[in-house]
Design a protein around this ligand. Structure first.
Ligand code: BGC
Length: 365
């Protein structure tokens, strides 16, 4: 839940690290440089990592990075996917608590359904870090580490405008809007970020949504399922584009972007400008081939690394570094966050964007 617009956000980011935040009065409070000395828990403690379903490549990569990084730092790692859904994730978190995990890192499937398990974690003395996705409606979450989700949306909205302008100098442009899964707290933030750029252009007539489906609720894709997005795009095409063509489609991530492109290809229409996110291999190839227009680079290695740095600090009784204490109100508290900057990638910068990436670097050379 975003609490402020652009100006407030800039001020918040500027104000950051200076703030001494009190983290629920737990032993982990203090700034990144301050320490109360001693160890909060033994160095070989169990650290739990509850990941959602494998709805994009970043989650699969995170599993390996958490296992390697945590064990490399001397901790015991318990990294779990919950492919069967919310109740499996709830059970996994409870089991981590029972096994004595000192920190539980959570990439929630449904950010509103973990209150009971996270309270259990807190009651046992564990620190809870929301990873990538915010956990909502509970005070049993201490920190949030993620890429700046609102900024991701803004970059997607701007890329959509830029891509359409490069093809056709002036509007009006026909666009359609897709959003992620409504149970993932990120989905609305991505959408709001994009709409902060697109809504003024809808209002002034530059952009036309021929289907009329402009709200988040109309744009959502349950479970981030590509089959759902493909089906919806087919319906939009047959319903609203028999005589017109879509110039652009806002897609919240790469997996859904490729689904949208499949539907357009099957309908034999010219490819619209389609946005994405995650720098998935197939989408980076598609960008290089001039099909998908953009993606977002949110290097999973950096995000996992930061989460593990937090764990190491907590173990030494240091308060994790925070750079945002305003944006993420989870309905009960403002969760102190560390946000990393996302980067837009199009065909123009695809060769330079991934120079350090072991998989995408060689692919884009
Ligand atoms: C992540 C995205 C990802 C999506 C689907 C979101 O919470 O931030 O990177 O594309 O989940 O897995």
């Amino acid at each position: 839940m975003r609490m402020f617009g652009k100006a407030g956000k800039a001020a918040a980011v500027a104000a950051i690290a200076a703030l001494a935040l009190t983290a629920c009065g737990r032993s982990d409070s203090g700034s990144s440089t301050s320490t109360t000395g001693g160890e909060a828990f033994p160095k070989d403690s169990l650290i739990g990592v509850a990941l959602p379903q494998k709805t994009s490549e970043n989650w699969v990569l995170a599993e390996k990075l958490f296992n390697d990084g945590l064990t490399g730092a001397g901790f015991k790692a318990d990294v779990q996917f919950a492919n069967a859904g919310v109740s499996e994730q709830q059970n996994q978190i409870s089991t981590m608590v029972t096994k004595g995990a000192k920190v539980i890192i959570v990439g929630a499937i449904d950010g509103s359904q973990l209150g009971t398990q996270l309270k259990q974690a807190h009651d046992s003395g564990a620190v809870v870090i929301a990873y990538d996705r915010l956990v909502k409606n509970t005070d049993a979450v201490d920190y949030y580490v993620a890429y700046d989700n609102f900024k991701v949306g803004e970059l997607q909205g701007q890329a959509l405008l830029d891509g359409m302008k490069a093809k056709k100098a002036s509007g009006p442009y026909n666009i359609e809007l897709f959003a992620g899964s409504p149970d993932d707290a990120n989905a609305r933030v991505f959408f709001d970020g994009a709409m902060s750029v697109l809504q003024p252009k809808i209002d002034d007539g530059t952009l036309k949504v021929l289907s009329g489906q402009k709200s988040f609720e109309q744009a959502v894709t349950q479970g981030w399922k590509d089959s759902e997005a493909q089906k919806r795009m087919e319906t939009l095409l047959s319903g609203s584009y028999t005589s017109a063509n879509p110039d652009g489609v806002l897609s919240p991530n790469d997996n859904l972007a490729r689904a949208v492109l499949r539907a357009v290809k099957a309908a034999g229409k010219p490819l619209p400008v389609v946005t994405g996110q995650d720098s998935e291999v197939e989408s980076v190839k598609s960008i290089m081939a001039g099909e998908q227009y953009s993606t977002i680079n949110k290097d999973t290695r950096k995000l996992v690394e930061h989460a593990i740095e937090m764990v190491k600090g907590l173990q030494q009784n240091k308060k994790p570094e925070i750079n945002d204490d305003k944006s993420y109100n989870n309905g009960v508290k403002i969760v102190p966050a560390y946000l990393l900057p996302p980067v837009i990638v199009t065909k123009e910068n695809v060769k330079t964007a991934y120079v350090d990436d072991p998989v995408l670097g060689p692919l884009t050379k």
